[in-house]
Design a protein around this ligand. Structure first.
Ligand code: FE
Length: 337
């Protein structure tokens, strides 16, 4: 290192060291535990830091280990904010006592009531719709209606599903239990299993590819997976159908965030979540990841706008968490692997 450069760099090093030693308790640093992939989270955090000057330290892991870590760290945690997908996971964090309730006029204005925890422990930041897809060459969309109808005998050997081990399907079935009870839901799930064209898939992408290839005619997936594949191959013969539009609406879930119970910088954590609920951040969620903005004032990306608007199930997404265990047991009984 040259003499000149050392003179320039040293004060900055000292400053950086100071920040490091002060750690996450420094007022201008927010520490985030994130179960969302870095590709999405990084542009969000970079934009936040640029706009506010607040630094973000982030630890990325799967939701299970992150929740365990938060629990083990207890009051000694350096995490201010937990970010994860699915209301089922957020509900779990809340049940484990890992989050604190926050009251924020900004969040109340930006995030619709069905997309946040009634006690204010977590807030949905993006909406993920789970609906029916079909092979455009073999299926007339007029023959589609509801998730429940896919259990009918006319779909025998034509349905592809992702594994029931994924929380997305647990949440879908949980909200079905909430609206029509266990008995009826179990009958439907048994019907789905009887209609499977092939073994369940480990992910939504597998379902989409199988529908595109004609291995099956219909499936149920989160729309952002289809948008990502159409972004790469616009000619893929897979159509999207909004389920249950004449009844309760399409099943939606969220990705979201909450301030941790023992946050060293709760005000900073709240500021970050408020920032994520509006403007540029909401645009990044939809433009980079093809999810729907949770804030209804923000326009969805053009690829997903082609599917038009849809009626969403307005049941509070926290129900998905409450009934998750019942849903898992029900799917097990019904032979949905
Ligand atoms: Fe996903």
């Amino acid at each position: 290192m040259s003499q000149n450069r050392r003179i320039l760099v040293n004060p900055l090093c000292a400053l950086a060291l100071g920040l490091l030693l002060a750690g996450p308790v420094a007022a201008d640093t927010v520490t985030v535990y994130s179960a969302r992939n870095e590709q999405l989270i990084k542009p969000l955090f970079d934009a936040f830091t640029q706009e506010t000057g607040t630094q973000i330290q982030v630890l990325t892991d799967k939701e299970g280990p992150l929740l365990e870590r938060l629990k083990a760290e207890g009051a000694k945690t350096s995490a201010d904010v937990l970010i994860t997908v699915d209301a089922g996971n957020l509900w779990q964090a809340s049940q484990m006592g890992l989050l604190r309730s926050i009251k924020s006029p900004v969040l109340s204005a930006n995030i619709p009531a069905n997309l946040r925890d009634p006690r204010g422990e977590w807030y949905g930041l993006s909406v993920r719709a789970r609906t029916i897809i079909y092979n455009k060459k073999t299926v007339n969309p007029a023959s589609l209606s509801t998730y429940e109808a896919l259990a009918g005998p006319e779909w025998k050997g034509k349905l592809c599903l992702r594994t029931s081990k994924k929380v997305y399907n647990q949440s879908l079935v949980a909200t079905m239990i909430a609206t029509q009870g266990e008995k009826q839901t179990e009958q439907i799930v048994r019907g789905w299993v009887a209609n499977l064209a092939t073994d369940v898939f480990p992910d939504d992408n597998g379902v989409i590819k199988a529908v595109a290839a004609g291995q099956c005619e219909v499936g149920i997936v989160n729309t952002y997976y289809l948008a990502r594949q159409l972004d790469k191959d616009p000619n893929m013969p897979v159509g999207l159908f909004w389920a249950n539009q004449k009844s309760r609406g399409v099943h939606v879930n969220v990705s979201g965030a909450g301030v941790t119970r023992y946050a060293p910088n709760p005000a900073g954590g709240q500021k970050l979540i408020e920032w994520l609920s509006a403007g540029k951040a909401q645009e990044i969620y939809t433009d980079k990841d093809f999810e729907y903005p949770a804030n209804p004032q923000v326009k969805a990306d053009s690829i997903i706008r082609q599917w038009g608007s849809f009626k969403m199930d307005l049941i509070n997404v926290s129900k998905a968490g409450e009934l998750q265990a019942a849903a898992t047991k029900l799917m097990d009984r019904a032979g949905y692997r």
